[in-house]
Structures are given as C-alpha cells and as structure tokens.
Design a protein around this ligand. Structure first.
Ligand SMILES: *[C@@H]1O[C@H](CO)[C@@H](O)[C@H](O)[C@H]1NC(C)=O
Length: 171
C-alpha cells in the first residue's frame, strides 16, 4: 500500500506581523525550524481557546473545501488527541517540528489504530487565535494544499501557540 505524507511548517515570528515562508519549496518536508523563544503571559494562555475552538477550526477548514466543491472533513477524536500530543511536544521543546518521540506523522497516526492511506500535517507557531492560524495556512499555497487534500478526517491541537492540524484519509 502506498502511503503519502505531506508535512509543512509555518511560523509567524512577530506578534503582529504574519511572516510566511511556507510557500517556498524548501519548506516542504520535515525541515525543523527553531523559532525565537516565546514569552508567555501567565499560565492562562489557553483560556480563550476554552470551549469549542476545534469546531471553529474545522468549520474554517470545511469552508475552504466547500468553496472548491470538496467534501467536508469529519472531526476525529484520535487525530485530535494525536495533534494535541504533537502540539504539547513542540511546546515542550519550543520548536516547530514534524518529529515527535512517538515517531513520524505516519507512525503517530498508525499508533492511534486508524487505518490510513494519505496523511498531511500543518504546524504553525505564534498565531494568537485559531482564525489567525488558519489565515496563515490559507495564505500559504502548500499549507492550503494540505487543507484541500484528499482526506476525510482531521484533528487539531494547540499548546503555547504551537498549532497542529493533522489530516488523514482513513477507511
Ligand atoms: C498521547 O500521549 C499520551 C501520553 O504520552 C499517550 O498515552 C497517548 O496514547 C497519546 N495519544 C495519541 C492519540 O497519540
């Protein structure tokens, strides 16, 4: 079985300026990017994400897909957990990466027990809200291509402004 993986990194280094370099070909693949250290304000950073931010992100993803007549993705709890784990890990090492102690993206999805044939991962750092993270990805052709990819499920994670989107085609 052929399995396809597309992984992309994107950083916004200035708090109020969205800097993109994900449109560049060298940003495809698993090159690790070390962002500047982040100053955290207190410990309540995630409070504004309380509630149903994943539904908001899924709605934004599906709106991009609907504009191109692509089928909607379905939220998947296992992928949400995997994406959250990956955001937690990136936060713990303060580095945007597609690698994780649990393995590559493929390893991490396989470990959930899902049977998958196609997978993609977008990560981003320093966007302040789900809408801002989505906006950064949508304006980056390669990340947008993941959002519009041949997938049927998605999961999202965030920790300390490290955002993760995992997409998969599962049977
Ligand atoms: C998330 O991480 C925890 C702790 O390492 C692990 O037990 C769990 O299996 C992981 N979940 C997923 C879906 O990867």
């Amino acid at each position: 079985m052929v399995r396809l993986i597309n992984q992309l990194l994107l950083a916004s280094f200035a708090p109020s300026i969205t800097g993109l370099y994900a449109g560049l070909p060298e940003d495809r693949g698993s090159r690790d990017v070390k962002p500047h250290p982040i100053k955290h304000v207190g410990s309540s950073r995630d409070m504004f994400l309380a509630g149903d931010w994943r539904s908001d992100m899924l709605r934004m993803v599906n709106s991009q897909r609907a504009m191109r007549s692509l089928p909607a993705l379905i939220a998947n709890d296992l992928l949400n957990a995997a994406a959250q784990n990956h955001s937690n890990y990136q936060y713990s090492v303060q580095t945007m990466t597609h690698q994780d102690p649990a393995g590559s993206l493929g390893d991490r999805i396989t470990a959930t027990g899902l049977r998958w044939t196609n997978a993609g991962e977008n990560v981003a750092w320093n966007q302040k809200t789900p809408a801002e993270a989505m906006d950064s990805w949508v304006n980056s052709p390669h990340h947008l291509a993941n959002i519009l990819g041949n997938f049927n499920v998605a999961g999202f994670g965030e920790q300390g402004l490290y955002w993760t989107q995992i997409f998969a085609l599962i049977s």
